[in-house]
Design a binder for this molecule. Sequence first.
Ligand code: ATP
Length: 453
Amino acid sequence: MSQVKTREKVLEVQNLRLSFYTRRGVYKALRGPTLNLYSGEVLGIAGESGSGKSTLGLAIMGLLPRNARVEDGTVLLDGMDMIKPLRDYGSQGSRFSVKKNEKIIKRLNKTLQTVRGKKISMVFQEPLTALNPVLPVGYQIAEAVYFHDPERLIRRALSRQKVTHEELRELLNVLKAQGEERLLEEIERKGLQGLDEQILSIWRRRDIHEARKEKMILNLANVKLSRTDLMGISLYQRNMGKFPLASRFAKNALIREGYRLAVELLTFLGIPHPEKVVRLYPHELSGGMRQRIVIAIALANNPKVVIMDEPTSALDVTIQAQILDLVKDLKSDFNTSFIFISHDLSVLAEVSDRIGIMYAGQIVEIGSAKEIFQEPLHPYTKMLMEAIPTMDKTVLKTVPGSVPDMRNPPPGCAFSPRCPFAMEECRTNEPRMVEVNDEHSVACFLVRKGDKK
Ligand SMILES: Nc1ncnc2c1ncn2[C@@H]1O[C@H](COP(=O)(O)OP(=O)(O)OP(=O)(O)O)[C@@H](O)[C@H]1O
């Protein structure tokens, strides 16, 4: 059994079929992609413009426009089918009503409010659209945690309130001598939950020396709550949300704790002077910095899955490289899995553990990044590889032809009209995915089960 398949499956997409209803016709944007995402991996999704990459990402989030009909398929996240109500309606044979679909989407949006941003989040190409222009960025991070997990902010604040200097020294000794796992046990035994993430966020920093880290950890005992914040938290705990003034008071106290968390998160994401940055507004930051803030918001609640749709396409090359480095670090430091969507295979080569290649709304090949780059099997994947610009190429190849009109995709294999190896069978029958090995599957009649090449 391969390494990948023994890992925990965090997301499962099965045979997703989705069409957009427009005046110009019905666009069959997703025609049955199936994929699994495993814990702690980055799955890259590549394909030409119009192949359905973004639609796949949005469908996984359940974030669909009203003209999107989900005809079949499931998106299972943590045992929950994200698009069930839409499929239940869309799979009925009767005529499709955009108005009725819109009502279902509105209801679904309410249901998924507690899931999006908590279990799954998404980062788009343009960070400005994701940020609120009139709020400081730290507030936006703090609010994301306040909305989904206010208890976490209370735990953090009260654990600092309780802990003594001596206890912190003991905890630090446990951490130094016996490691992080023992520290977590010890914190639980002492009933100081909430302190763990504050200690570890300092301990895991790479930008400061160990002696400084120790000092900062011991200093946590001195960072007590103000009287007003203590009162705010106690109002929150007594469930005073019905009274607007009390709830405002409570929220202020928790948002202040959220700011502390935001500073920790930004430090972790390698942002210099985080205490200053959290007070700034989106327009005061550079594009790369804004995208880091959006990533911080996406990660703030430690979601299981983060979908990144062309997150670096609007950035210049050096900043793009920094963001890619960041994603590589994140997957090892957070317990999060990523789907990274890009039309640029050289970007995916940087970050992906596995890569899925999309063509005309289908995944035509999926496998470990190493195999996809070294032994691509589908003619479309091979042609995409040949089109990657490198220093030694004097002439840049492109994939000849263009993507099909998705209102009327070609019968059989959708790539057959552009495929130099197409056979009679390819024009009439649709190839199924076959496993060439545990980690590599491809849908092409040229490849039979168990084939290496
Ligand atoms: N809201 C919509 N209404 C109608 N058609 C749509 C809508 N959104 C997407 N489509 C169509 O669905 C197909 C897939 O689009 P999608 O944006 O998912 O592709 P993509 O691979 O992400 O391309 P790109 O890299 O250009 O974003 C395209 O044919 C597109 O025109």
